[in-house]
Write a protein that binds this ligand. Structure first.
Ligand code: ADP
Ligand code: MG
Length: 706
């Protein structure tokens, strides 16, 4: 089924979005202007305005075929949620009419009791609020059956005002960054910009497997990754998949995916095969951080639903197949003024260069000072399988700048670039700074945080997670270094000299974070240790950094998280880790007990029967069967011991324990290790068994049959 043939992109792009042009067309001039002021400058929105907008939105949605609306929000499950209400309302004489009020647009009151809150929401006070985020446009979502729902992006918080979602802190962090970046811009004489926005483009990697095969694997269904599976004869060693020819079936899927995303106003642009077999990538054109985050959620949801329609299953897990490359998300990030000046663009004049250097160095300083937080916001159980393997950045945060820029920073540090007088005005002497064509920076795929000409690319982000987290932390820590520079520069007697001093000092203090070499190499780990860069190996190790002094300082100072919210999120992260590993362990036990062991027994029975029958003939020895039977039986015993061990460890978990950190450590150190051991034997058994007897599809089926 391909809905998209014969339509041009411009015909479909944004047709299901209540976007600027629709608003301009449908709203009275005054209302439109007032709403724009709210969207662009954060001006307060009155109920009167909301009333008019709600009505126009409803009429537009109904004309397009919508019957329902929902406050679309992003609880701390990493996914989106919404309660669907129809527009129906009854008149006094019992007729149905379609209504949608300003109040309903602005605020919703979903029951919050079933969403993670980390103890923020006592169960007796289950009320939660959703509040309209007018900076992200409302859109219509259509399910496969054709039902249309008006989705209104909202923030989700508790009765007492604490954030219960990922959007609220993201908006707060964007606000914080704008405030501090504006101070710097004013110092550089910019009087026209009204705010600074963060721009984000998220490249999304994913796997596609045949749905019928997917449905036969409990591990894919419940854990999103294979818990057993031996390597196929061919993996990715021929490097023949990356950018390779896209098979027809996948191509049809991608065409419909693009089409569905375009309708939602998501500017899907790039698509290609990725490194592993059955792995692909999609990237939209960048937009504001907030909208990009909403769009990435839509990309993930649409990937799944379109795959479903094409008899495929989309895997967003970070490591669905052991031994193959996993998936990540590249979060391209920059800062821009509301009138479109990219603050990480090196620019052409010395003056622009100085401003660029301040922003650049502020990012370098922030990444070095808060590396643990960046690492934490890129951690999840899936990424634990990936970071540090030779396919993804190591678990150490470092920055790639490229040779040219690194050299310039070295010159500044050594005082080789001096303030010089130009046109009678003292300018920071960076006129030696060459103009960079955008692609002057070389490519380095091994760096977790790379400057790519006019933006940074954070490459550690997990493929299945919301990009809100990484952006919240980036915005906040950069806001923090910018605020400290602004404090300093605002006091300076000689602004340009102070800028020069700041750059020099900061480069000297933070250059240890810059690394242009091969991040996959062993030597880098040693070198990073010498530089005393934090090396945080897994999620459990990362989580406590959320409630460290540094974290509480930076998030509360910039009003992104309160201390209570941080502690709540700390609990949620730990609980999430525990639950996920627990689901994996239980699924594994299920597969081992009810699928693998019975299948192996069947096989051994077959072998035993063969031995008996062959022996009866006389003169022929069933030696091979005997050898195999012995080997398989021995392995089965080891497998069973491993299974018992895993069950025993699981039964020892103290369910009543309030100490989630300790429990998470137990899961990581014992349960997880026992799972790895069980898998090893399971995979050996798979390679010994007759293929048709193996109880579920194997890697060659999953990866090479599309
Ligand atoms: P590559 O794979 O070479 O890194 P892609 O074209 O796949 O590049 O993705 C690059 C992403 O970076 C795109 O989503 C693009 O829109 C985004 N991008 C470009 N400029 C900026 C910017 N100033 N801020 C944020 N993202 C940007
Ligand atoms: Mg890419």
């Amino acid at each position: 089924m391909n809905h998209c043939c014969g339509k041009s992109i411009t015909d479909v792009f944004g047709i299901n979005v209540f976007n600027d042009s629709v608003m301009k067309q449908r709203l009275p001039k005054d209302t439109y202007k007032a709403l724009k002021r709210t969207i662009e400058e954060g001006a307060e929105l009155t109920l009167g305005i909301a009333e008019v907008v709600a009505n126009a939105m409803k009429d537009w949605a109904i004309e397009k075929g919508a019957t329902h609306y929902t406050h679309w929000f992003q609880p701390m499950t990493g996914m989106t949620a919404g309660k669907h209400d129809s527009f129906i309302s009854l008149t006094d004489d019992g007729r149905a009419i379609m209504e949608f009020s300003g109040k309903e647009l602005i605020k919703g009151e979903p029951d919050a009791s079933s969403f993670p809150s980390g103890g923020l929401r006592a169960t007796f006070e289950a009320r939660g609020y959703t509040a309209w985020d007018c900076t992200s446009p409302a859109f219509l979502k259509q399910d496969t059956a054709g039902n249309m729902t008006l989705c209104i992006p909202t923030a989700f918080c508790s009765y007492t005002g604490e954030a219960l979602d990922t959007k609220t802190p993201l908006l707060r962090s964007m606000e914080a960054l704008s405030k501090q970046a504006m101070r710097i811009l004013r110092l550089f004489g910019n009087t026209t910009a009204k705010r600074v926005i963060t721009t984000v483009g998220a490249e999304q990697e994913y796997f596609l497997v045949d749905k019928k095969l997917y449905q036969q694997r409990k591990d894919l269904i419940f854990a999103g990754r294979t818990l057993f599976g031996a390597m196929p004869p061919k993996g990715q060693e021929l490097e023949d998949h990356y950018f390779g020819n896209i098979p027809d079936r996948i191509s049809a899927f991608m065409a419909e995916l693009d089409y569905e995303l375009w309708k939602l106003g998501v500017s899907a642009k790039t698509k290609h095969n990725e490194v592993a077999p059955a792995q692909y990538e999609i990237a939209p054109i960048f937009t504001t951080g907030n909208v990009a985050t909403d769009h990435n959620q839509l990309v993930m949801e649409t990937l799944k639903s379109v795959a479903h329609r094409h008899g495929l299953a989309c895997l967003l897990h970070e490591k669905p197949f052991a031994g193959m490359n996993g998936s990540g998300k590249h979060n391209n990030w920059s800062m821009s003024t509301n009138d479109g000046q990219n603050l990480l663009d090196p620019g052409k004049t010395p003056h622009e260069n100085a401003q660029f250097l301040v922003f650049l160095v502020a990012v370098i300083q922030a990444v070095d000072e808060y590396a643990e937080l960046l690492r934490l916001f890129a951690a999840n159980t899936g990424n634990d399988h990936r970071l540090g393997g030779n396919e993804a950045p190591p678990a150490i945060i470092s920055i790639f700048l490229g040779e040219q820029l690194t050299e310039i920073l070295e010159h500044i540090e050594n005082g080789e670039v001096r303030a010089c007088k130009q046109n009678g005005e003292l300018k920071i002497g960076v006129s030696t700074l060459p103009r960079f064509p955008q692609d002057a920076t070389d490519r380095n795929r091994t760096s977790p945080f790379a400057f790519t000409g006019n933006r940074f690319e954070f490459r550690m982000v997990p493929s299945s997670a919301s990009i809100a987290g990484p952006n919240i932390v980036l915005n906040t820590v950069v806001a923090d270094t910018l605020s400290r520079i602004a404090d300093r520069l605002e006091q300076a007697e000689d602004f340009h000299k102070e800028v020069q001093e700041y750059l020099k000092e900061t480069i000297k203090n933070h250059k240890r974070i810059i690394f242009n070499g091969n991040g996959y190499a062993e030597e880098w780990i040693k070198e990073a240790e010498k530089r005393r860069l934090p090396f945080i190996k897994n999620t459990v190790e990362a989580i406590p950094h959320l409630i460290s002094e540094k974290s509480v300082y930076v998030f509360t100072k910039h009003k992104v998280f309160s201390k209570t919210e941080l502690y709540a999120r700390y609990e949620i992260l730990l609980e999430d880790y525990i639950k996920q590993i627990n689901i994996e362990a239980v699924t594994m036990i299920h597969m081992a007990k009810r699928q693998i062991i019975p299948a192996v027994i069947k096989y051994t029975t077959q072998l035993a029967q063969s031995i008996n029958e062959v022996s009866k003939i006389g003169g022929i020895s069933p030696a091979i069967q005997t050898k195999l039977l012995k080997k398989v039986t021995e392995l089965l015993e080891t497998f069973d011991t491993g299974l018992e061990r895993l069950e025993e460890l699981l039964s020892k978990v103290d369910q009543s324990s309030e100490n989630h950190y300790e429990q998470a450590c137990y899961y990581r150190d014992h349960i997880f290790t026992a799972m790895e051991n069980l898998r090893k034997t399971g995979d050996q058994l798979e390679t010994l068994m007759e293929e048709s007897l193996w109880p579920f599809p194997i890697y060659s089926d999953l990866l090479f049959r599309v």
